[in-house]
Design a protein around this ligand. Structure first.
Ligand code: APR
Ligand code: PHB
Length: 392
């Protein structure tokens, strides 16, 4: 027997940062939602990803009533270090970007806080629930078909929020003839580790080295997060612990304190944008619509910025019936998306080793780094983008 149809105002596919923050903001505005997540709670809470929050992203957490642990445990940073040609150059973010700063707080901690808040409020969130069909998006009652607990269910909503990441089903549910996709795949990947060892420095270090890029980040005073540029088809089995640490020592020009590696993985680097971000009653947000290479630390922040625009449009729609915010959602969100895409692509191009570069192109990279770190205008460009452009 088919399971009875569920009904809600906003059907949210995906319990990543985008879907969860949207559900939280809507709940506080008195709007009902149901969140459907393909994976288990343990899986989404332990998935290690980036962990750098822009100034305004932190404020979004506070405004949504979930900023308490972030404010207690997050590490506030007022600068970053760019390292090249054997020298370190500090970019004083806060001085150059109007007093704004960034906060290191792991993405899975953001996810944990949002899940805890939703469950504490008794709001519907289905784990191990795979959405497999999106229908009737051109009607006032679009539907999401999903599988859960051995049965097929249908969620009928007023609006569907496709927050199901890059590999979800929402983007494919957009009419193919209206979509345009823009993509760049980089000829390298990042090998990332989480290790039980103190961070290299109290600020993040982005290193451009002849052997490739390296990044030293952190999660706490005892846990470090480190990345190395590697080949796109790199095999983790070829990277025993000592090789990873030796390579980090070389590229970061230091003797890093070593410790047990708690997690390791390889992430391909990609820029991707799907336009538009809306078709009928289906709205895409976060990685479902766009991907950035992690060099600018923008993935989570972009997802949050989409939530800012979409939630305001939804609140207006459910309160007054106005559709103007919904109608302009895609255009408004994409303007900011493209600026973050540009910054992420630019930081990636600036700092990585491109094997195909000619000696002239390498000199251009070095000259640009030299210019950026010796000019107040250059450093300001980095700072204002890094702490985050305005949400609107
Ligand atoms: N049905 C239900 N859930 C799904 C489906 C599906 N068919 N397909 C995917 N999902 C879930 C995934 O399991 C995942 O938990 O959607 C969620 C999408 O979450 P994220 O991938 O974290 O995407 P988003 O919320 O947009 O957050 C963007 O995540 O990938 C990082 O660097 C990225 O920081 C950025 C952030
Ligand atoms: C991280 O801490 O995981 C991190 C920080 C900055 C980046 C990317 C990742 O640019």
């Amino acid at each position: 027997m088919p399971a009875p149809t569920l009904r809600t105002q906003v059907g949210i596919i995906g319990a990543g940062p985008a879907g969860l923050l949207l559900g939280q903001v809507l709940a506080r505005a008195g709007i009902e939602s149901v969140v459907i997540e393909a994976q288990s709670r343990a899986y989404v809470e332990s998935r290690v990803r980036a962990g750098l929050m822009e100034h305004d992203a932190c404020q979004q957490m506070r405004d949504a009533g979930v900023g308490e642990r972030m404010d207690r445990e997050g590490l506030v940073h007022h600068g970053i270090v760019l390292r090249f040609g054997g020298t370190s150059h500090r970019i004083p973010l806060t001085d150059l970007a109007g007093g704004r700063h960034v906060t290191v707080y792991g993405q899975q901690e953001v996810v944990k806080d949002l899940i805890a808040a939703r469950l504490a409020d008794g709001l519907p969130l289905f784990f191990d629930a795979q959405a497999h069909a999106i229908g009737a998006i051109d009607t006032a009652r679009p539907t999401v078909g999903f599988h859960h607990d051995g049965a097929d269910h249908v969620l009928e909503c007023d609006i569907i929020a496709g927050a199901d990441g890059f590999h979800g089903i929402s983007r494919d549910a957009m009419p193919a003839d209206m979509m345009r996709v823009f993509e760049r795949v980089y000829p390298f990947a990042w090998l990332g580790i989480l290790a039980e060892a103190p961070p290299v420095s109290h600020e993040l270090v982005y290193a451009s080295h002849d052997r490739g890029f390296a990044l030293a980040s952190m999660r706490s005073p005892k846990i470090t997060r480190l990345y190395l540029q590697c080949a796109p088809d790199e095999n983790l089995a070829d990277w025993p612990d000592t090789r990873i640490w030796d390579e980090l020592d070389t590229r970061l020009a230091g003797k890093l304190t070593r410790g047990p590696i708690l997690q390791r993985g390889i992430t391909p680097l990609r820029s991707f944008v799907a336009e538009p971000m809306r078709a009928g009653r289906l709205f895409l947000l976060g990685d479902a619509a766009h991907i950035v290479p992690p060099t600018g630390a923008k993935g989570l922040n972009l997802a949050f910025a989409d939530v800012h625009v979409l939630s305001a449009a939804l609140v207006a729609f459910f309160r007054t019936g106005t559709t103007s915010g919904l109608d302009s959602y895609s255009e408004t969100a994409l303007r900011r998306v493209w600026k973050a895409e540009r910054f992420s692509w630019w930081m990636t191009t600036l700092l990585h080793r491109f094997d195909a570069y000619s000696p002239f192109e390498r000199r251009m990279q070095q000259a640009e780094l030299d210019y950026l770190t010796t000019s107040r205008a250059g450093m300001t460009t980095i700072a204002e983008n890094y702490v985050g452009l305005p949400l609107l």
